[in-house]
Design a protein around this ligand. Structure first.
Ligand SMILES: [Fe+2]
Length: 232
């Protein structure tokens, strides 16, 4: 299959996504910096082979969006995905995975964690991220590019990392585990729009594609909200 044969990605057809309750609540919620809380949990690791840190495509950011305040506007729970072979427990608690000497385009991923039933943001939700480096290699012995954090009182999180590379058989992605306090863990993955490999990757799910745009100083900025199936 050539790139020309690839079906269009929903996010790319008109540059906008449906405006759901999450975005509405996101606008209503005051932006606040993230407190770093204490806790446990971790990520896992593995190695991979080749990779290509292809230059990320610029994605237009939606200019005007219609608010949809209804709670039943179709925001289904974030779909689960395979954990893969490279998860490591006990990742360090940190919102930034950047380390001295680390190569790659800086990427900031921001969003909120919501309860599917009540539409309310979930405070103190755990987010554990892990990803490969620009060469497509996971750190399976240490915790490079692994870290967990907790949402603030508005259910917000912000991850600072690098644009992940590629490895054989997979499109570009970031692994994540999300857990509301005392609830089940959601294991999933986040994807990037406009990646040629998206539709060649059998694990890829377009519902997990982030909104990605250019950030200051050559960085990239991504947004994604998680919706958890919790009993409240
Ligand atoms: Fe992976």
């Amino acid at each position: 299959m050539t790139d020309q044969d690839l079906p269009p990605q929903p996010e790319e057809q008109d540059g906008t996504k449906p405006f759901g309750r999450k975005q509405f609540l996101q606008m209503a919620a005051a932006t606040a910096s993230l407190p770093v809380l204490a806790a446990t949990t971790g990520a896992a690791a593995g190695t991979s082979n080749e990779a290509a840190g292809a230059a990320p495509a610029e994605q237009p950011r939606p200019k005007s969006l219609e608010p949809t305040p209804a709670c039943d506007d179709g925001d289904d729970p974030t779909p689960p995905q395979t954990e893969g072979p490279y998860f490591r427990r006990n990742s360090p608690e940190r919102a930034s995975l950047l380390e001295p000497g680390m190569n790659g385009t800086v990427l900031t991923v921001s969003g909120q964690v919501f309860a599917a039933r009540s539409c309310r943001p979930i405070a103190n939700a755990l987010l554990d991220f892990w990803q490969c480096d620009t060469r497509g290699v996971y750190d399976n012995w240490g915790y490079r590019l692994r870290g967990h954090q907790f949402t603030n009182a508005n259910g917000e999180f912000q991850l600072t990392t690098i644009w992940p590379g590629l490895y054989t058989g997979r499109t570009r992605h970031i692994h994540v585990k999300v857990q509301a306090p005392y609830q089940r863990v959601l294991t999933s993955q986040l994807y990037f729009p406009g990646e040629p490999g998206n539709w060649r990757d059998p694990i890829f799910d377009p519902r997990l594609v982030m909104d990605v745009s250019n950030g200051p100083g050559g960085t990239r900025v991504a947004a994604f909200d998680f919706v958890l199936n919790v009993p409240y």
